[in-house]
Design a binder for this molecule. Structure first.
Ligand SMILES: Cc1cc2nc3c(=O)[nH]c(=O)nc-3n(C[C@H](O)[C@H](O)[C@H](O)COP(=O)(O)OP(=O)(O)OC[C@H]3O[C@@H](n4cnc5c(N)ncnc54)[C@H](O)[C@@H]3O)c2cc1C
Length: 309
């Protein structure tokens, strides 16, 4: 209830205006967001990979913040930003970094063709710089289009991947199709949006079980898997698989910058591969609200900041 209320708030312009006017920026944004520019994101990633907070050796995935654009100019600007980011990442020696892209930032809400054109431009530039492009997965109504975009991108370059959400009931079938097509390069998440029980599992236990099942399915198929969760039970499941069923694919842990950093430090101390997702840009509001929705103890703090009480 609280979670879906916060996700609803993440789409309200008035709440965004209030958050921007309130203390959000100082108090919470910098915990989860690198800064406004790609230079901020690159600097943060370099710091992480070198010496910060026990995360030495962690790799990066950058996301330029923004979603649900309706103006073609915004979509074009996002494409230009990702192309510039790819060049900067490719030219930054020693940084193993990917880019995460939201289809609705590329204009999926304007038309499928707009998003496809933008994505292929990014994939082409990124491939030239040796950078992998991963499609984020958004609300359930965009899954078919996102998978279609991924198939088109994957046909152009192997430096591509897609996020899957284990809370969606359809995901085992989607995962199997990608496995059968030989393009299962998957970031496995629980899912961050508010979905009806018709399409999504509800509750911690069922979502965790669905995640575990998908992890095994992808693992045994030798897929390329990003274990993208902060859930220690699922971390343990991945470690068990690594021990008992040595993988023929590739796997790594992936976490969001600012969330459970002590778990990331423990992974690095054990010598495990870890990639930190580092968002940047001025359009931080919906991203931040989803992070708050995931952690109820942050919610009151956030609402006070919006209402000024
Ligand atoms: C690298 C990465 C990429 C992602 N990409 C996508 C995507 O493309 N599409 C999508 O729908 N979702 C994406 N997500 C978000 C994901 O779907 C979940 O909403 C999010 O990871 C929280 O779920 P969890 O798996 O960490 O498990 P949870 O059970 O929610 O959390 C596990 C533990 O982490 C703590 N925790 C979780 N979130 C927070 C937080 N915000 N602040 C403080 N503590 C927290 C919890 O308190 C708990 O102790 C991504 C997540 C990661 C890590």
């Amino acid at each position: 209830m609280l979670r879906s209320g916060l996700i609803w708030l993440s789409k309200q312009d008035w709440a965004e205006r209030a958050a921007r006017a309130g203390g959000f920026e100082r108090l919470l944004v910098r915990r989860f967001v690198a800064g406004d520019t790609r230079h901020d994101a690159l600097a943060l990633a370099r710091g992480l990979s070198q010496n910060a907070d026990g995360l030495q050796g962690a790799n990066a995935k950058f996301s330029f913040l923004g979603e649900e654009v309706t103006d073609p100019t915004d979509a074009e600007q996002a494409v230009a930003e990702y192309c510039a980011l790819a060049a900067a990442v490719g030219d930054t020696s020693g940084l193993d970094a990917r880019m995460g892209v939201k289809p609705t930032l590329l204009g999926l809400g304007i038309s499928y063709e707009t998003a496809e054109r933008g994505l292929l431009a990014i994939v082409e530039t990124a491939a030239a710089h040796g950078v992998r492009v991963e499609l984020d997965m958004e609300v359930s109504g965009t899954v078919d289009a996102t998978l279609a975009l991924y198939r088109t991108a994957a046909a152009r370059s192997e430096l591509t991947g897609v996020a899957l959400q284990s809370y969606l009931r359809r995901t085992p079938e989607d995962a199997q199709a990608l496995i059968d097509e030989g393009i299962a390069r998957v970031r496995l998440t629980k899912g961050a949006y508010s979905e009806s029980s018709r399409v999504a599992h509800r509750g911690a236990g069922p979502i965790r079980r669905a995640y575990s099942g998908l992890l095994e399915q992808l693992w045994r198929a030798g897929a390329d898997v990003g274990v993208a969760t902060h859930d220690p039970v699922l971390h343990a499941a991945a470690r068990r698989l690594a021990e008992t069923e040595p993988t023929i694919g590739y796997w790594e842990f992936q976490m969001l910058y600012g969330v459970r950093p002590e778990l990331g430090a423990a992974m690095r101390a054990r010598g495990e591969r870890l990639r930190m997702s580092i968002p940047y840009g001025e359009r931080w509001y919906p991203y931040l609200m989803r992070r708050i929705a995931e952690r109820p103890s942050n919610a009151l703090f956030a609402l006070r900041s919006i209402t000024g009480r």
